[in-house]
Design a protein around this ligand. Structure first.
Ligand SMILES: Nc1ncnc2c1ncn2[C@@H]1O[C@H](COP(=O)(O)OP(=O)(O)OP(=O)(O)O)[C@@H](O)[C@H]1O
Ligand SMILES: [Mg+2]
Length: 404
């Protein structure tokens, strides 16, 4: 009898893990609240259940008795998987209590501070009144600018840089309404703005021992919004900076309590050293895990993730050393009249793929979160610099004409 697995979430980003689980001969249940989700027809059995409805997932687990329960790239289902595993008396990759710290930025900041992991100065706000009180007497670290973000969302939704010198009562209310609308639990964080290059660290932990796979340099849009516009790996930061980054990532992974499974840690390298932006107890999104890591290192993180869940030793060691890069296609706001240069871009050296999420006639929204992006180019090279050049050369061939 084949072993079976619940995979929480059936979106396109979850697909590589779902397919790998099937390749391994597992009987795969996919759970999603969306009956039209991408993985519905790929699953051995599809269950129409929300991945954040803990009780419903537990009921289904009692009925179908899967051997394993996991998610892949989605944040909130990490909580569900660990809660259900605990209720069934199984050891998951992270405890339920720790999974809350991994998915709520306010709890995460508190845990990191308690464990001595470097984080920016932060203030947890429960209401607009809390925000008013904070800005009445701004702490030194927030004097010029600060970051406002919802405690429990993703894709940079609601994350904004605030100019502290331009904050009257109306502006404050407008900012609060903007950010708090994205907060599911209602909490918002005001944080010291960390200046410096940003990276992410991809890793896999097995029985409490963490293996770092790679460090990725990030390119983020200019303020006040923080949408990632590209990634390049391996990182070109200095050896010392990379050592500091690894130290902070390992400390954060330990502090948040990941025992088995992948993690994606975001770090800024400030004048006073590497500091944590956030950590996720799951695979990184944004094509880093699914495309950039395998292209630059030969490591398949979806396989590693499954091995960690199944209790096998993952193949986490780098087998090639190349560069890989992704750039998201820039576009002005408006209706797309014409898309030019796609075939030319695809034919450029090193280009792996050019993908558009929109077509002629579609509307390009203002770039406020990752889901507003219009497409991407992925390229490789002998090293990170060449991969980045190849990616940008290809990008320069693409032209989106927006109706004025
Ligand atoms: N305190 C800070 N100082 C400087 N930059 C920050 C700070 N907090 C967030 N950012 C910037 O905003 C981006 C998004 O913030 P954060 O990762 O906390 O939100 P998110 O919604 O989880 O985003 P994503 O899902 O895209 O990673 C970060 O990658 C970083 O560039
Ligand atoms: Mg983030």
């Amino acid at each position: 009898m084949n072993k079976s697995i619940f995979i929480l979430g059936g979106s396109m980003l979850q697909m590589p893990t779902i397919l790998k689980a099937k390749d391994r001969g597992l009987y795969v249940y996919v759970l999603d609240y969306d009956p039209e989700c991408d993985a519905r027809d790929v699953a051995d059995k599809f269950l129409l259940i929300s991945t954040i409805d803990k009780e419903a997932v537990l009921e289904a687990a009692k009925e179908y008795k899967p051997d394993y329960i996991m998610t892949s790239t989605s944040d909130m289902p990490v909580r569900t998987a660990s809660w259900v595993n605990e209720k069934l008396g199984r050891k998951g990759g992270i405890s339920y209590e720790d999974s809350i710290c991994a998915t709520d930025k306010s709890m995460m900041r508190l845990r990191m501070k308690e464990k001595g992991v470097p984080v920016p100065d932060f203030y947890i706000l429960e209401s607009f009144e809390d925000f008013e009180a904070l800005i009445k007497d701004l702490p030194d670290t927030l004097q010029k600018v600060f970051v406002l973000k919802p405690a429990d969302n993703a894709a940079s939704r609601g994350v904004k840089l605030v100019d502290a010198n331009d904050l009257d009562a109306d502006k404050a209310k407008e900012l609060w309404d903007f950010t708090s609308q994205y907060s599911r639990g209602g909490r918002v964080l005001a944080e010291e703005y960390m200046e410096g290059p940003e990276v992410s660290v991809e890793s896999v932990t097995v029985n409490g021992i963490t293996h770092i796979i790679t460090i990725t340099d990030k390119k983020v849009t200019h303020v006040p919004y923080f949408v990632e516009t590209g990634h390049t790996e391996p990182s070109r930061l200095s050896k010392d900076e990379q050592e500091d980054i690894e130290k902070v990532a390992l400390a954060a992974i330990k502090a948040v309590g990941i025992i088995n499974g992948p993690s994606h840690t975001e770090i800024k390298v400030t004048k006073t050293g590497a500091k944590l932006v956030e950590i996720a107890a799951r695979l990184g999104g944004d094509f880093i895990t699914s495309r950039l890591v395998p292209l630059s290192s030969g490591v398949n993180l979806n396989e590693c993730e499954l091995d960690a869940v199944l209790g096998n030793e993952p193949s986490w060691k780098r087998v090639i050393t190349k560069g890989s890069a992704i750039r998201f296609i820039p576009a002005k706001e408006g209706r797309i009249d014409k898309i030019q240069g796609i075939d030319e871009a695809k034919a450029m050296p090193g280009v792996e793929e050019v993908v558009l999420y929109k077509k002629e006639g579609d509307i390009v929204p203002p770039l406020h979160s990752s889901s507003d992006r219009v497409g991407h180019v992925i390229a490789t090279g002998k090293d990170a610099d060449e991969a980045e050049r190849n990616c940008e050369e290809a990008l320069s061939r693409i032209n989106l004409i927006i109706e004025s």
